[in-house]
Design a protein around this ligand. Structure first.
Ligand code: TZP
Ligand code: MG
Length: 228
């Protein structure tokens, strides 16, 4: 699946079953229902991030969920990433793998996945982005958290929109996707930096009562206040 990475990062939805604790009934099905709506309404990338407390423990259940997500993403021609599970990503033929600083070392990820999967790396500092820039096999950096987030038990220190600019000013030219606490009311701060190629969100879509509206708001940078 050849990709323009910058376009792909425009509106990147990330989720796992732990992000559907609010849903009644089967959380895997709730995730798939939400993903289907998000795909139909214009997300440009999806990452299955089965992590944190309350995520699925059973490998077969995770694989089944990943395959179902992949099928939905394929139908909408949207790239499908898996967070921090190289074996699963290779096994099911995902489009990409995303890893953080504390996951499998990126050299190892590149050794196993280079040339086969797109590779994303989470960064929190200019130094981490500089380190990651040494590897041409890394396709993009996640940068965050931009704002406080409830979706990660132990978030890194706030990076903020300023960090995006610092990373760009340090001469790093890889595609950047901003993440962490991004909502319709604050997304303009990210767009205003001109430094991000896109935004990545979990809760604002996973918990949305109206996914189509939320996606419109994220894209335009304007909450549709009248309809709330
Ligand atoms: N990495 C940095 S912040 C974050 C991750 C996975 C969570 C983003 O979730 P939300 O709900 O959009 O704040
Ligand atoms: Mg990670």
């Amino acid at each position: 699946m050849p990709q323009n990475i910058k376009n792909m990062l425009s509106l990147y939805f990330i989720a796992g079953t732990q992000d559907f604790r609010h849903a009644e009934g089967d959380r895997s099905q709730a995730l798939l229902d939400c993903l289907e709506q998000a795909l139909a309404n214009g997300i440009t990338c999806f990452q299955l991030r089965e992590k944190e407390a309350h995520s699925l423990a059973d490998a077969a259940a995770i694989e089944a969920l990943a395959r179902a997500c992949l099928a939905l993403c394929r139908r909408h021609r949207v790239p499908f990433f898996i967070d921090d599970n190289v074996d699963l990503a290779l096994k099911i033929g995902a489009d990409g793998i995303h890893v953080g600083q504390e996951d499998m070392p990126v050299e190892e990820v590149i050794r196993l996945c280079g040339g086969k999967l797109m590779i994303g790396l989470s960064t929190n500092t200019v130094e981490q982005a500089q380190q990651g820039s040494r590897y041409t096999a890394i396709d993009y950096f996640g940068v965050g958290p931009m704002f406080p987030t409830q979706s990660k038990a132990k978030p890194n220190p706030l990076a903020g929109a300023k960090r995006l600019q610092e990373i760009r000013r340090a001469g790093i030219d890889k595609p950047l996707v901003a993440i962490g606490g991004i909502k319709p009311h604050n997304v303009h701060e990210i767009y205003a930096t001109g430094a991000a190629d896109g935004i990545a969100v979990i809760s604002v879509i996973a918990q949305s009562q109206d996914v189509a509206q939320t996606i419109r708001e994220l894209k335009t940078g304007k909450p549709e206040a009248a309809s709330r």
